[in-house]
Design a protein around this ligand. Sequence first.
Ligand SMILES: [Zn+2]
Length: 156
Amino acid sequence: MEQLTEEEVKASFEPGAELWLPNFDRFEWAHRDFLSWVHPSGHLGYLVTRSPNDGCLHGVVLRRHERKPRAARLDMCSICHHVHAMGGAAMFTLTEKGSGGRRTFSNVICGDLGCSLRIRDMVTPKSFMQENIYLEAKIWRILQHLHKWLTRAKYL
Ligand SMILES: [Zn+2]
């Protein structure tokens, strides 16, 4: 995605959002299909994407829950389809806009929200299940899943 300023990122979130911003100087903008990071304490995740509807940036805050370690469990990220064999995924919950916290949508996603880097093989370990599809198709799929989720929760 294109490089954003800190002001643009801040403005993409709802006023009053529980916001924590990392240092964006070290972000690999060219290798990101959407902007994402995790709060240092691990209880929140953040996503920023450009809406396919209005072309505007939209940021959302997600509750993040670690998955309890259990032997022999595979977790597949519902955004990038990376299969985690030894942890590495987390449950992220998005509250529906305007629902006052009554309606939520949860997904198991790469725990660091680093889906864009995973489909480009920039993070180890590799997916437990390898796929033979083009990077462009993986990017398309990531954005489809992401936008569907945010649309259901009325953010796009
Ligand atoms: Zn992922």
